[in-house]
Write a protein that binds this ligand. Structure first.
Ligand SMILES: *Cc1c(COP(=O)(O)O)cnc(C)c1O
Length: 652
């Protein structure tokens, strides 16, 4: 075990190891104390030690896991996106403006929407909704008549009517037609009301995206209007006297566009359509390129990862659209993008506690063999001692392989004897401990030698030796995309980063589901199936941060095993405050009764059932009435508990 004074490891090594510079976009860093820090302002002028936030929340009795929202980061992300586009527009000489649109499905939490909205005000930021509930949530927030609301998704007549009414209120609402029938419905409703309407169309382009969301665009997309249908729309508009306006053309290639070329191609394809329709006299003002601006969660450069900057993305869009417009001699439209992930991902960090670590190689260096030991345990103990006494690298590969074979033989022989009843359980348990510790010692020697290639049997051994760290959270509630689509999220210990992480860990959650674990990590290791962490210290908590959790994870989480929403803290940076921050609000996590209500249990009914059972026992004389009442009170108190563990026991 290395100590904080280990001079072969520094906080810079920790930053490299967890690839922090590659994914943090400068918002997160390791500070000199060896803790994770957030730099929430654009210019890195302020640094908040995340452990200070954790300490304050603990002091207030807030239950972990806690989702920290750094509101300044959210605001800074909105500003960065808008400046990337305004820089591109200025450099290109593009003769119109860009407006960002926040698609609330990425994170509908009211405060997130309000914060994004407020930060985006100077840039004319608008909102996007994709369902009836989202429409109801967004339409009431359009304080200014200029603020855009884009309504995507399949719409029924009640949604279309509400949209028409909000247009009559003078709001800048644009329903985007996903289907031809929707267009017919909209026009029929508008005509019946004697109103004129403006709308957009989502076009089914030839260009498809790539990667996990490839089917969001292209011919096979579930969404959009085909070119023949578009021509029907145009014909209908041209024959109508009502003055309905096609104001916007839209495409959405899908989230996390990995190749910028696809984006350029789609933008050019859509702009050709735009130019053609403009020359037919249609009053289109907006080109909306949808979402897709990627976030590089792993900081890696492998195939399929995000390898462009926001600036490159903005440049690509601005130049692609401008070039086609100039070639066709049509005016430059207002540019819209719905870059929800890019705006929200960075601002939230999930802080979880480690409840314990299960390590197989748990024979400490001060191991003293028991006085009574079987010949096999003695032999294995001797091998372990020899392996431990040798300097790393001092034993050659062949000798290590031989030692491994001996260790496996002893383990095998002990198992055989045990299953036949000739070997006591205590000795078998001892063999088990010595076996894994010997394997671990062999692996440490091998890693020092770095044989290339690694003898194949050791790959399996390496993965068997990984520790399990039990974490107080649910993958299904807090990191659904990890389970569903293998999305890796950066996970970093929040402290002890000046200390070399010597354990290889697999993080497992509280759910009774074998999928409730993290299987892919972000680190400098070639093998991403484990995360290097510190050994737990008895009596001390060990906190991990899950980073870039702000997009989708907040909202898609489900109630597997009835683990509910985690606690939340909203934090602002402030150089005037002692630790550079203040906490605006703490929202407690979901309670047991909330989760029960979701699946139609009522606490009063459950309590009544429990009362009947207790009463029966009391009546039968099997339970003292006082004890019975205590049990009922204890049961009732659990309704108000949060769903995660109350960490009354410190990790072992
Ligand atoms: C989901 C969605 C978005 C958000 O896309 P991101 O790439 O995640 O930012 C934008 N527009 C539409 C139409 C969407 O369906």
């Amino acid at each position: 075990m290395s100590s904080p004074s280990d001079n072969t490891w520094s906080v810079e090594d920790a930053a490299d190891h967890y690839r922090i510079a590659a994914w943090s976009d400068d918002f997160f860093a390791v500070n000199a104390a060896g803790n994770m820090a957030v730099q929430p302002l654009d210019d890195n002028s302020l640094s908040i030690d995340i452990m200070d936030v954790v300490a304050e929340l603990r002091g207030r009795g807030v239950r972990f896991p806690v989702l920290l929202r750094f509101q300044d980061v959210l605001r800074a992300r909105v500003r960065r996106l808008n400046s990337a586009f305004s820089d591109a527009i200025r450099d290109a000489g593009y003769k119109n403006v860009y407006q960002s649109i926040y698609p609330i499905k990425v994170n509908q939490l009211h405060e997130v929407v309000e914060e994004v909205f407020d930060a985006g005000k100077p840039y004319g930021l608008g909102l996007e909704c994709g369902s009836k509930a989202e429409l109801v949530a967004t339409v009431a927030q359009l304080e200014s008549d200029d603020t855009l609301l884009i309504c995507n998704g399949v719409k029924d007549q009640s949604m279309l009517s509400l949209i028409l009414s909000s247009q009559r209120l003078g709001k800048n609402v644009i329903p985007v037609m996903e289907k031809f029938a929707e267009f017919e419905d909209l026009i029929a409703l508008a005509d019946a009301a004697g109103a004129t309407t403006q709308f957009g169309v989502r076009i089914r382009l030839r260009t498809a995206g790539a990667g996990k969301w490839a089917d969001s665009g292209g011919y096979h997309s579930k969404f959009g209007i085909s070119l023949p249908e578009l021509m029907q729309v145009v014909a209908a508009l041209q024959t109508s006297e009502a003055g309905h306006k096609l104001a916007l053309l839209h495409f959405h290639l899908g989230s996390q566009i990995s190749h910028i070329n696809q984006l350029k191609q789609a933008a050019r394809e859509l702009t050709q359509i735009y130019a053609e329709l403009i020359s037919l006299g249609l009053p289109i003002r907006y080109i909306d390129i949808g979402g897709g601006l990627g976030v590089n969660y792993t900081g890696a450069f492998e195939e399929g990862s995000i390898q462009y900057s926001q600036q490159e993305y903005a440049n690509a869009v601005v130049y692609a659209i401008m070039d086609v417009c100039d070639a066709r001699g049509v005016p430059h439209p207002i540019l819209l993008s719905e870059s929800g992930r890019a705006m929200t991902a960075h601002h939230s960090v999930l802080v979880v506690e480690t409840l314990g670590a299960f390590r197989k190689d748990n024979v400490d260096s001060d191991y003293a063999p028991p006085s009574e030991q079987h010949r096999l345990a003695k032999n294995l103990g001797d091998i372990l001692q020899r392996l431990r006494e040798a300097a790393h690298g001092a034993i050659d590969v062949d000798t290590l392989i031989e030692a491994y074979h001996d260790v496996v033989d002893i383990h095998q022989e002990a198992s055989t004897l045990f299953s036949m009843g000739y070997f006591p359980l205590t000795q078998n348990a001892l063999i088990e401990r010595l076996y894994w510790s010997s394997c671990s010692a062999i692996m440490r020697h091998l890693r020092a030698l770095q044989p290339d290639p690694m003898p194949p049997q050791f790959y399996v051994l390496q993965s068997l030796l990984v520790d399990q760290y039990l974490i107080d959270f649910s993958v299904f509630q807090s990191a659904l995309d990890h389970w569903a689509i293998d999305q890796p999220f950066p996970i970093v210990p929040l402290e002890r980063l000046h200390e070399r992480p010597t354990r290889r860990a697999l993080l497992v959650d509280l759910t009774c589901d074998s999928d409730g674990k993290i299987t892919q990590y972000v680190s400098a290791n070639e093998d991403k199936s484990f995360l290097e962490l510190h050994p737990l210290q008895p009596g001390k908590p060990y906190y991990l941060g899950f980073f870039l959790m702000g997009a989708y994870q907040d909202i898609m989480g489900d109630a597997h095993n009835l683990f509910g929403r985690v606690s939340e803290a909203h934090i602002y940076g402030d150089a005037e405050e002692e630790s550079n921050f203040w906490i605006e609000k703490v929202i407690p996590g979901a309670k047991v009764k909330d989760m029960l209500a979701q699946v139609q249990y009522s606490p009063s009914d459950l309590l009544r059932r429990m009362q009947i059972q207790v009463k029966e026992k009391i009546d039968a004389g099997a339970l003292r009435p006082k004890r019975g009442m205590e049990i009922l009170a204890q049961y009732e108190a659990c309704f108000d508990d949060e769903t995660y563990l109350v960490n009354s026991r410190t990790p072992q």
